[in-house]
Ligand binder design. Structure first.
Ligand code: GDP
Ligand code: PGA
Ligand code: MN
Ligand code: MN
Length: 614
């Protein structure tokens, strides 16, 4: 620890560091010296600590306490209007070689990047508390627990991390006992306070850097307080860094929900589904089936770590501890199970609207729109204000254990066998409601060419179609071609009999009159039923150049105001649309340069041949 740079209080606080772990002690001291906080606080993860921190955040104006009769122990936060989403253009993978970051990532030489960031972080915590959060992604009693320690100067981040990950003293003890490696994850709002300077409710910096060093497995995040940029266990660790660990260690870190389905015959099927951000993962993970006799239980809603088990079966586990869900569109009608979990309280909402009785509201929460609200920017709002009351990327952050339909296997570090994989996106045209892949490699091809309209989950234009391989475009921590190759080589060693069936889905296709071709939400259970009946060899399908689609009457429409002809419309493969699609896929594959696996080039050639012969 330096002697000149730090006020004496820091030296004392560090002496009291509640750990003997040498690497952790020296890293914390190094960062304190660089960032110059007023004090250091080691997070224990207790309820009392959470209460104290949220009280402080209420006093500081960052959090608003909600009416406890409506939402017990819950709070609303309102961000700086320029800090509302992930910043993909400010996200970097700083591998030693540029080639290893691939064309899908921003890259800078690690030494150059560290030089820049060191200057940004110098003194960046002045006037603030530096919190040290020990955390584990996945289970503490996993065979190979994945540890991290986040240093942050944001109490909002500490409170949110307590919901989203397993944190605190138990984790710290285990890191010490096993002398474990931990991912050092450094976060600063980049908003130091000079003596006497008043704070703002949502400190952040105009300049943002979300940076990953894959070889040393470290994260440096600067300037943003928004979840996906600041809760470093989530996207930064569990997807970007973990995907690199997974490549090196022989597993898969994926942007997927996990859902357990039980059929009327009491057979269990676990489904993993990769959809881009704000394309329906949390909703499908909390599915309320409308189809008779089927039971759904939640395992995960955003991240799925998969490995092949002893018998060559694919197993998935959700490394998270909470939900960080898109608020708008989540309602008693569309997603009652999410509403039930939220209503239990203990949640932090960000950028939603406030009701006059101290509750929260967002577009789609209730059918009836309140006559008056305070919008996410603090303005009076009425239904004819002509703008959304909640930000389109407003979020609820809720403990996953509050979900009544949580599957007991959620608590099992071994995870569950995955029987089917869905890839899906948000496409108005072209992509059928559901298509079954011809085989595993064809399914990987489907995943590699997945496309979706951009959403408010990231800054930038909304509604632009882009390719998003396996819904991992913003999260692959290395070269995208190598990532696809990893899927292929890893699965080649698995039990081929037990490889999951792969499906491509699109809940967002439109009809000629502009409406949704499929009602979605709970009715997606009907599509899942068809998929499982395909696994069981029971449901009918039609072969098309892109794969197998349902016949009009093979999807159970009982109780729905729809006809088999409507299904045929929703699953139609339109040759004219596919002429354009194939061109776009070809252009996408061209961007990989040399790193695209030959197996996938072959898949594209075969798809083109099948269309030519159709
Ligand atoms: P996630 O970000 O992938 O977890 O997506 P969410 O499940 O939070 O959903 C994002 C948005 O898509 C929300 O506004 C949902 O209401 C909407 N959505 C989710 N599932 C469906 C569906 O099946 N059909 C339609 N039309 N919208 C959906
Ligand atoms: P989402 O999670 O996938 O539920 O939107 C956050 C994100 O991906 O940014
Ligand atoms: Mn996500
Ligand atoms: Mn989600």
């Amino acid at each position: 620890m330096g002697t000149t740079a730090n006020p004496p209080v820091l030296e004392g606080a560090l002496m009291e560091a509640p750990t003997t772990h040498p690497t952790l002690r020296s890293w914390v001291s190094e960062i304190a010296e660089l960032t110059q906080p007023d004090s250091i606080y080691w997070v224990d993860g207790s309820e009392a600590e959470y209460t104290r921190l949220t009280d402080e955040l209420v006093a500081a104006g960052t959090l608003r306490r909600l009416n406890p009769e409506l939402f017990p122990n819950s709070f609303a936060a309102f961000s700086d209007p320029k800090d509302v989403a992930r910043v993909e253009d400010r996200t970097f993978i700083c591998s030693e070689s540029k080639r290893d970051a691939g064309f899908t990532n921003n890259w800078m030489d690690p030494a150059e990047m560290k030089a820049i960031l060191t200057e940004r972080f110098r003194g960046s915590m002045r006037g603030r508390t530096m919190y040290v959060i020990p955390f584990v992604m996945g289970h503490l009693d996993a065979e190979d627990p994945k540890f991290g320690v986040e240093i942050t100067d944001s109490a909002y981040v500490v409170a949110s991390m307590r919901i989203m990950a397993r944190i605190g003293t138990d984790v710290l003890r285990k890191i010490e006992e096993t002398d474990a490696f931990f991912v050092p994850a450094l976060h600063s709002l980049g908003a130091p306070l000079e003596p006497g300077q008043a704070d703002v409710p949502w400190p952040c910096n105009e300049e943002k850097w979300i940076v990953h060093f894959p070889e040393e497995r470290s994260i440096w995040s600067y300037g943003s307080g928004y979840g996906g940029n600041a809760l470093l266990g989530k996207k930064c660790y569990s997807l970007r860094i973990a995907s690199v660990m997974a490549r090196d260690e022989g597993w898969l870190a994926e942007h997927m929900l996990i859902l357990k389905l039980t059929s009327p015959e009491n057979k269990v099927y676990n489904i993993a589904a990769a959809f881009p951000s704000a394309c329906g993962k949390t909703n499908l993970a909390l599915l309320d089936p409308t189809v008779e006799g089927w039971k759904a239980e939640t395992l995960g809603d955003d991240i799925n770590w998969m490995r092949f088990g002893k018998d060559g079966e694919l197993r998935g586990v959700n490394p998270e501890f909470g939900l960080f869900g898109v608020a708008p569109g989540t309602g008693w009608g569309t997603n009652p199970n999410a509403m039930q979990a939220i209503a239990k309280g203990n949640s932090i909402f960000t950028n939603v609207a406030l009701t006059d009785d101290g509750g929260v509201w967002w577009e789609g929460m209730t059918e009836e729109v309140p006559a008056h609200l305070t919008d996410w920017q603090g303005n009076d709002w009425t239904p004819d204000s002509g703008r959304p009351a909640a930000h389109p990327n407003s979020r609820f952050c809720t403990p996953i254990t509050q979900i009544d339909m949580l599957a007991p296997e959620y608590h099992d570090p071994e995870g569950v066998e995955i029987h089917a994989i869905l890839f899906g996106g948000r496409r108005k045209t072209t992509i059928p409601l559901v298509t079954e892949a011809r085989d595993w490699t064809n399914g990987i091809f489907m995943g590699s060419t997945l496309s979706s309209e951009t959403t408010a989950a990231a800054t930038g234009a909304v509604g632009v179609v882009r390719r998003d391989p396996m819904a991992m475009l913003p999260f692959i921590g290395y070269d995208a071609g190598d990532y696809l190759k990893h899927w292929i080589t890893l699965s080649a060693k698995a039990n081929q009999e037990r490889l999951p069936k792969i499906f491509l889905v699109n809940w967002f296709r439109r009809t000629a009159d502009g409406g949704f071709a499929w009602p979605g939400f709970g009715d997606n259970s009907r599509v899942l039923k068809w998929a499982i009946e395909r696994i069981e060899g029971k449901a009918d399908a039609v072969e098309t150049p892109i794969g197998f689609i349902p016949t009009g009457d093979s999807i159970d429409l009982t109780g729905l105001d729809m006809t088999p002809a409507n299904v045929e419309e929703a699953v139609r493969v339109d040759p004219a649309e596919w002429v354009e699609e194939l061109k776009d896929i070809e252009a996408w594959y061209d961007r990989f340069g040399g790193s695209l696996p030959q197996e996938l080039t072959d898949q594209l050639a075969e798809l083109k041949r099948r269309f030519a012969e159709a």
